[in-house]
Unconditional design. Structure first.
Length: 387
């Protein structure tokens, strides 16, 4: 009797089964469209990754940091590859710029290029992992020291939470800058500021934050309003003059100038004695210029004479060793003790393609004659030679 009633019910509602089938088909279609949308939005791979990964501790702030730095530098290099003399380029998002009145050029998107004398004020944004952005602007300034070749230029990279302004529209080599203090998201970029690089043999004189800075090498600069301006030198020589006093320094050293005044960027004291580069300076040099990068661990090669040589990656340009102390170093005396009945053997000299900075060439030792270890640059107590 029950089966008969069910049969009669189905006969009285012939569309019930059809509606059920249609509902099922629609459900499958909706799920398929939703899955496609998630996949295209890049969320599916992220969800799958998080499902099989260890959660990152809250506040660590280092997830994707190196990748973001590498991408930003690659994009900036591509956008600003053909930068002309005394021009500035919008390298990587995000950069805000104020141009002089009546300027028709635009400086709002990555790859935009304008003449330096059109910039009144420029601000780059800090590295932000949540927004996946890191503001970078690239300047190309004509070298102005006599030993520079005609047409040679110096590259300056403005990065992170940094503001740069022009003091004089007719002199693009006179400007001020400062960076805001804030949270550090990545140990590879421990501070914001400027990176200056130049070809060997090139030099430039700048009037920056009221101090006269002469650079003949690669350096980074950072400044805090009503704080200090730090100039860290990675190669070559430099000098800085503030309030009538000049301080010379060499590769591997940092000099500070106290800042203050109405805008917090004027020198209110004299340059400090040089000190040794900090680990933060070395991190910036590696991240932005490929300098002082730590060598990867490798297995040493032992030759037939028992002398160890360590392979150096071909894409790293060796620079002067960072001095461990500004008070100088004492050469290590050679040992004259030889095992009984053993004749001293000359130490084989491995071939090297390293670029030796000018003035640091080493003479090849005579067989059997030991040579003292050279002092690191700046080992004379910080009184480097005046450029």
């Amino acid at each position: 009797m029950t089966n008969q009633r069910r049969t009669q019910s189905r006969a009285n509602d012939p569309y019930g089964s059809v509606i059920g089938i249609l509902v099922g088909i629609m459900t499958l279609l909706i799920l398929g469209i939703l899955g496609l949308a998630i996949s295209r939005a890049g969320l599916l791979s992220g969800i799958l990754f998080l499902a099989g990964s260890t959660p990152t501790p809250a506040g660590s702030g280092f997830l994707g940091c190196q990748e973001l730095i590498d991408q930003a530098m690659l994009v900036s290099g591509s956008n600003c590859d053909n930068l002309g003399p005394n021009q500035i380029c919008y390298g990587n998002h995000a950069v805000e710029a104020e141009l002089i009145p009546n300027a028709n050029e635009k400086f709002t998107n990555a790859g935009d290029v304008v003449d330096l004398d059109l910039i009144q004020r420029l601000k780059t944004t800090p590295l932000d992992l949540s927004k996946q952005e890191w503001g970078i602007a690239v300047l190309n300034i004509i070298a102005n020291l006599p030993r520079s070749l005609p047409g040679e230029s110096v590259k300056m990279v403005v990065f992170g939470n940094t503001t740069l302004g022009n003091n004089n529209q007719t002199d693009v080599q006179s400007f001020y800058f400062f960076s805001e203090l804030g949270r550090i998201y990545c140990d590879k970029v421990p501070f914001d500021g400027l990176m200056v690089t130049m070809p060997d043999g090139t030099g430039i004189s700048l009037m920056i934050n009221g101090s006269e800075l002469t650079l003949m090498g690669n350096a980074s600069l950072r400044a805090v309003q009503n704080g200090n301006m730090d100039v860290s030198l990675y190669s070559g020589t430099a000098s800085i003059t503030a309030n009538g006093q000049t301080q010379n320094f060499t590769a591997g050293q940092t000099v500070q100038v106290p800042l203050g005044g109405a805008n917090g960027t004027d020198p209110v004291g004299v340059p400090s004695e040089p000190t040794t580069l900090s680990p933060q300076d070395l991190n910036i040099a590696c991240s932005l210029a490929g300098l002082f990068c730590p060598l990867p661990t490798s297995v040493p090669t032992v030759n037939s004479q028992g002398t160890q040589t360590t392979a150096v990656p071909g894409n790293i340009t060796p620079l002067p060793t960072v001095p461990g102390s500004t008070s100088g170093s004492t050469p290590v005396p050679p040992s004259n003790t030889q095992p009984p009945d053993t004749q001293p053997q000359p130490t084989p000299q491995p071939e090297s393609t390293k670029r030796i900075p000018p003035g640091q060439e080493k003479k090849t030792p005579t067989p059997g004659q030991a040579q003292p270890i050279d002092s690191p640059p700046g080992g004379n107590g910080g009184n480097g030679q005046k450029p």
